[in-house]
Ligand binder design. Structure first.
Ligand code: ADP
Length: 249
């Protein structure tokens, strides 16, 4: 993926966020956020707790509506799109697996809801489990899986629905430090292999530097800088960004 000198997008935009604001009571949680994400790109929303990362992700997913601005996916305004029609898949922090369903049952759940026929479900679930190397565990229940395996189920459950954009909210926070690093590499490789577009939310600068093609650094509802990890680190836009990514400005 090629980027302009200012970290600007060159490829085709899958997602465009235009001047999005979100206000809860007296609190402006998102303040005129603009961002463009291109096909096959991994972008991370990085910032301290409470800066609005999850709210922005929820607006993209359709769980929350912006008070101002627009969010376009493949050049279509998402505001009129019902949540279940949005071409996005969300991997939650807690994975939110159904404990009473097997791995295959969890992965096939969304397809069942969409009315896919039995043979179609079986075929697509098998393919998704193969992608995340869980084919041998299809009959297991979540309680009998490791943290890393549970995360792979959560990812397969989303991939099976073939979303245009993968949204991941702090997906490594439930894993211990050692596993976290290997899962970060594994997930990045998988997303790149599939050519998917992904947006991660994290407060962990190391994680953002490892995972991302570009990073959007947020503070109090505003996007302070959007750039490649190298640029954010070497040329932080201001002292806040420098402090946050640990660079010496
Ligand atoms: P982050 O993901 O960066 O930790 P959030 O997007 O979760 O930040 O939250 C940003 C701010 O918005 C916080 O101050 C939070 O308390 C507030 N907030 C989030 N959701 C709601 C809500 N539904 N009602 C009121 N305030 C909210």
């Amino acid at each position: 993926m090629a980027f302009g000198k200012d970290g600007g997008r060159v490829g085709r935009a899958v997602l465009e966020i235009e001047n999005v604001s979100k206000i809860f009571g007296a609190l402006t949680v998102l303040d005129r956020c603009s961002l463009s994400v291109s096909e096959g790109e991994i972008l991370t929303l990085l910032g301290p707790s409470g800066c609005g990362k999850t709210t922005l992700l929820r607006c993209i997913a359709g769980f929350a509506a912006p008070d101002k601005g627009r969010i376009l996916i493949d050049e279509r305004d998402t505001v009129p799109m019902p949540v279940n029609r949005r071409p996005v898949g969300v991997v939650f922090q807690s994975y939110a697996l159904f404990p009473h369903l097997t791995v295959a049952g969890n992965v096939g759940y969304g397809l069942r809801m969409r009315g896919t026929d039995r043979a179609g479900i079986d075929r697509r679930v098998a393919a998704a489990l193969q992608i995340v190397s869980l084919d041998s565990l299809a009959g297991r229940y979540p309680a009998h899986l490791s943290g890393g395996q549970q995360q792979r189920v959560a990812v397969a459950r989303v991939l099976v629905l073939e979303p245009r954009i993968l949204l991941l909210d702090e997906p490594f926070s439930a894993l211990d430090a050692k596993l976290r690093t290997s899962m970060q590499m594994e997930l990045r490789e998988l997303i790149k292999r599939l050519g998917m577009t992904a947006i991660f939310v994290t407060h962990d600068q190391e994680e953002a530097l490892t995972l991302s093609d570009r990073i959007a650094v947020m503070r109090r509802g505003r996007i302070e800088q959007v750039d490649t990890p190298q640029e954010v680190y070497d040329h932080p836009a201001n002292e806040y960004v420098a402090d946050f990514v640990g660079a010496s400005n």
